[in-house]
Design a protein around this ligand. Sequence first.
Ligand SMILES: Nc1ncnc2c1ncn2[C@@H]1O[C@H](COP(=O)(O)OP(=O)(O)OP(=O)(O)O)[C@@H](O)[C@H]1O
Ligand SMILES: [Mg+2]
Length: 253
Amino acid sequence: MSEAMIQISGLSKSFGPLEVLRDIDLEVERGEVVCIIGPSGSGKSTLLRCVNLLEEPSAGKVVVDGVELTDPETDLDAARRHIGMVFQQFNLFTHLHVLDNLTIAQRKVLNRDKAEAERVARHNLERVGLAEKANAMPAQLSGGQQQRVAIARALSMNPRVMLFDEPTSALDPELVGDVLGVMRQLADEGMTMLVVTHEMQFAREVADRVLFMDGGGIVEQGPPSEVIGNPKQERTRTFLARVLDPTHTHVAD
Ligand SMILES: Nc1ncnc2c1ncn2[C@@H]1O[C@H](COP(=O)(O)OP(=O)(O)OP(=O)(O)O)[C@@H](O)[C@H]1O
Ligand SMILES: [Mg+2]
């Protein structure tokens, strides 16, 4: 199949009178890593949440791996199985051991038996460098380790696409690198990824394409060397000046 993994067309989303996404068109190729940057409130999370229909679009079409999620006939639960999502807050089950966090959805949703689910779980814990933490409780792990468990949990469902919404922004700075390292490895393995992030260095090094969003639309997109390295739009330049130098308070001349 040569069609794009994610095909979004004419996507709009309003909350009451507030128009949050305006007529977005976006295709993400198989194996492509797209980073989304932009100011707070620009609609980044809403766009990501529309990809798996956690938010219902007001208009437009979302197709993932050939399945139209916006078609009312589509079995959404089935379609979502192929879409992994990792949030800023790790959303682990705090009362379950790491291993159980990774096996519960495999068993309930994919009907894997206990032995198979545990085999997959241990394989994915190893991928994120946490094989020895299978029997730990989430509270016994650092934030970075918890986020890597959350990634391993998503991977245990054999996703075809991974969505990340600011996966490192709740972490202490010294824990960010390990999580980005795991994401970089996933990208190298060919995972299709849509990543909302403020980590410009990661975006520069790992993204095939960077989107700058503002006011519910895609203002500028292209290779990171262009969008981050040499932005064409004034709004992109202003945003980057603020992100790259937080002490910078006014617009550059
Ligand atoms: N469930 C909701 N109900 C009403 N308004 C919402 C809802 N979710 C988001 N919004 C509004 O939509 C706009 C876009 O929000 P969104 O979370 O997508 O922004 P964002 O770009 O992810 O911002 P941030 O960088 O702060 O995470 C904001 O004005 C927000 O207040
Ligand atoms: Mg957000």
